[in-house]
Design a protein around this ligand. Structure first.
Ligand code: UDP
Ligand code: MG
Length: 173
């Protein structure tokens, strides 16, 4: 075997191992239950607010033992919505998402319980309501992958950023 072939093989192997390792770390980090009291940000999105589903959604949240620490109804402007979803700015659905999120008032909440971040994502259901599990909020109240009724932070870092975004006074630092 030529040396260059061997080196290419080894480089390919190293890249594959790296991808598997970092992919696994990312997956575990996103899906971990740390068994500590956490706070997360929940948003009842404009479609669900307009359809008068806010009360039913909060009822489900409280039935699952989350404590609503703070709650506000706000009308986002484009600048705020673009900032909030800045990680999606290169996605093809970005403009549609900003239109949707500024199309009417939203209800933003800080939720607290043990494992709040992953448990709220679980109660929300998958991004696409058609794929969300039975009984989840997106299954019950979502319309389509865009208009999916609710938002939830997807990691401790996101929860911290998103809570500060709406409730700066709640973040001590
Ligand atoms: N979204 C969309 N089309 C897509 C994917 C997402 O309109 O193909 C919207 C949808 O409202 C979603 C939001 O963009 O909730 C943020 O997308 P993300 O992938 O972060 O999903 P989530 O974390 O909300 O489940
Ligand atoms: Mg997300």
């Amino acid at each position: 075997m030529k040396l260059s072939t061997l080196l290419m093989f080894l480089a390919g192997l190293a890249i594959s191992i790296g991808l598997i390792y970092f992919g696994y770390r990312w997956f575990v980090k996103k899906n971990i239950r740390r068994n500590v009291i956490e706070r997360t940000l929940a948003i009842v999105k404009p479609d669900a607010v307009r359809a008068h589903h806010t009360g039913k959604i909060i009822d489900k949240i409280e039935q699952e033992n989350f404590t609503v620490i703070d709650l506000r109804k706000v009308q986002l402007d484009r600048e705020q919505a673009e900032k909030f979803y800045e990680m999606h700015k290169d996605k093809k659905f970005f403009h549609q998402l900003v239109d949707y999120m500024t199309g009417g008032p939203v209800v933003v909440m800080i939720l607290e319980k043990m494992n709040a971040i992953i448990d709220w994502r679980d109660l929300m259901g998958a991004t696409d309501p058609a794929k969300a599990k039975e009984g989840s909020i997106r299954k019950l109240f979502g319309t389509d992958i865009g208009k999916n009724a609710v938002h939830g932070s997807d990691s401790p870092e996101a929860a911290h950023r998103e809570i500060r975004f709406f409730f700066a006074d709640r973040i001590k630092e």
